[in-house]
Design a protein around this ligand. Structure first.
Ligand code: MG
Ligand code: NI
Length: 581
């Protein structure tokens, strides 16, 4: 018998996501991914000064913050021909790396770990055995002491005794599929709390370079901060020494805590390498943190470790062939989304893209959206007509296929540990593992290359962070000028596309990682990546529809950011669940 299950809102993500499912006999047979908020930022920036667009687009999201600003200034610079000095680009790279590492750590511990870790069970653990377990899995984290584990155990006990679960409210703690022994649960809860502290302190890097966080300050043509080792009001030697400590702490936390935890927890859930396989196509323009003004195949502004792999696409799990990437093959399909295109098309390339809403759904409250052709505010991006996965898994697979040595070693280790094939990384567990792997290479790039290069340049007197030659609109190309950017951010491939006319933005499109992943069915009836991961093979488990833990694990493995995929506030600043026309 078919049962209909709705998860709304799906929590421990950024923003509002609704998932509708049909199940039969404990497995999912159909799935719909539904964004229930409309995004309006692309229309808000029209008619504005393109030098201001970053400040608006950065507010697409309170989690991804920096990345939309960097994508925006890079697209505008591409359009007007501005060339920021290398030090400004290096600062942006550091800001991006810090944001990405923070994002991955928050995702693993605070948004995803409780799908695998039973907090309530941690009180049954023996603190000494917990420390021994941490050692056994290779965790060298400084917080692994008996005193600390006892203190965390006592804290969890007092929370349970109080009956008010605070940040742990709403978990499915009685679900039978929590498999970790009590000691692993206690260790993970201790690291969850340590990660809260870590993510707060490490993001100070962005407050130094951007004045504040979230939403640091940026500048078309460079950066808004000043560098001068000899001046107290500029970024000087004192701050450089502090940043050195912070980047070291980043690498230490990822190496000593995050990666061993992720690897160890997944050993208890090996079947999740066979659950949650999504679209077998993967796209990335570089490693995480790669930034391109214009076509990523052209010579970059300056080479970085993040460009150690070429832009490429893997199609149909053929890891032996990396196909060249062509930005012209990206389009956005609105077959299942509440938008309309002027020419009546169902798909447009982003340089010609439009954001015109046409809500045809029911007035809320509603019970089911998936029976209509249109059921979401999320467009469905396609590459050469195909749904593709973007994000850590795509980047790791592309790096592996191109022989990137560090990635290859990490992946080969993991493949051996779990006894899986490369193709099985296309799974719920694989996406979670890939994120940890890439967080390590990101931290290594920050510590070993980006930061030292910046310091070396500074020591040689390179303090320029701004290209003033294209600041004045009179210096911009006459008539219309178009530009775009590609950036590899925490959740995947992000591109911004801008057209400037008479000194103002005349068209603006953002093609966002979560849009790539959360979009619905296209004109060919092909599901989007979230939907495929749940209903692609008819085998995804959902044992108890009142505690839908299994689909939560799978959707969380993508790290959804719905504010990035769609967003709007009403005139009073209240979030609208559904905009009604
Ligand atoms: Mg868009
Ligand atoms: Ni976001």
């Amino acid at each position: 018998m078919t049962e209909r299950v709705t998860i709304d809102p799906l929590t421990r993500i950024e923003g509002h996501l609704r998932i509708e499912l049909e199940t039969e006999g404990g497995v999912i047979s159909k799935a719909w991914s539904e964004a229930t908020q409309f995004r309006g930022i692309e229309t808000i920036v029209q008619g504005r000064d393109p030098r201001d667009a970053w400040a608006f687009t950065q507010r697409i999201c309170g989690v991804c913050t920096t990345v939309h600003a960097i994508a925006s200034i890079t697209a505008v610079e591409n359009a007007i021909g501005s060339n920021p000095p290398q030090q400004a680009l290096l600062i942006r790279d550091m800001v991006m790396a810090a944001q990405e590492i923070q994002d991955h750590v928050i995702h693993f511990y605070h948004l995803h770990a409780l799908d695998w870790v039973n907090v309530a069970d941690a009180v049954k653990a023996d603190p000494e055995a917990t420390v021994a377990l941490a050692k056994a899995i290779g965790s060298t984290w400084k917080g692994n002491t008996v005193e600390r584990m006892q203190a965390v155990k006592d804290t969890v006990q007092s929370i349970l005794d109080s009956g008010q679960l605070s940040i742990f409210t709403g978990g499915y703690w009685s679900h039978p599929d929590y498999r970790l022994p009590p000691e692993a649960n206690l260790m993970a809860v201790a690291h969850y709390l340590d990660a809260l502290e870590f993510q707060r302190s490490m993001i100070r890097i962005n407050t130094v370079f951007g004045g504040k966080n979230p939403h640091p300050n940026f500048l078309v043509g460079g950066m808004a901060c000043t560098l001068d080792p000899d001046r107290s009001e500029s970024i000087n030697q004192v701050q450089i020494s502090e940043i050195q400590n912070w980047v070291n702490e980043c690498l230490e936390f990822v190496e000593a805590c995050y990666v061993p935890d992720a690897k160890a927890i997944l050993t208890f859930y090996p079947d999740y390498f066979d659950i949650g396989a999504s679209s077998p196509n993967y796209m990335a323009v570089g490693m995480s943190g790669a930034v391109f003004a214009g076509d990523p195949n052209q010579t970059p502004r300056y080479p970085t470790a993040m460009m150690a792999i070429k832009p490429g696409v893997i199609v149909n799990n053929d890891f032996s062939t990396v196909q060249p990437f062509d930005p012209k093959l990206i389009s956005e399909d609105i077959t299942s989304a509440w938008f309309t295109y002027t020419g009546g098309q169902s798909t447009l390339t982003p340089d010609q893209g439009e954001t015109t809403v046409e809500y045809t759904g029911p007035n809320p409250p509603y019970t089911w959206l998936g029976d209509s052709e249109k059921y979401t505010w999320c467009k469905a991006p396609r590459y050469n007509g195909l749904p593709v996965q973007v994000g850590p898994l795509a980047r790791v697979l592309l790096a592996y296929a191109q022989g990137h040595a560090t990635t290859k070693a990490l992946v080969d280790d993991a493949v051996k540990l779990y006894g899986i094939s490369l193709a099985q990384l296309n799974s719920t567990a694989g996406r979670t593992l890939a994120r940890a792997v890439e967080c390590l290479t990101t931290a290594q790039n920050l510590v070993n290359e980006t930061f030292p290069t910046f310091v070396k340049n500074l020591q040689q007197g390179d303090i320029a962070v701004f290209d003033p030659s294209k600041w004045e609109p009179a210096s911009w190309p006459k008539g219309a000028a178009s530009g775009y950017s590609f950036v590899e951010v925490a959740r995947g491939n992000l591109s911004h596309w801008v057209t400037i006319k008479d000194g103002k933005v005349s068209a603006y499109q953002c093609v966002v990682p979560t849009t790539w992943l959360a979009g619905g069915r296209d004109e060919n009836g092909e599901m989007g990546p979230y939907e495929v991961s749940l209903a692609g093979n008819g085998k995804h488990p959902l044992v108890d529809s009142s505690q839908p833990l299994e689909p939560l694990r799978t959707i969380h493995s993508f790290d959804p950011c719905m504010s990035c995929a769609v967003h709007v506030l009403d005139p009073d600043g209240e979030e609208l669940q559904v905009a009604v026309s």
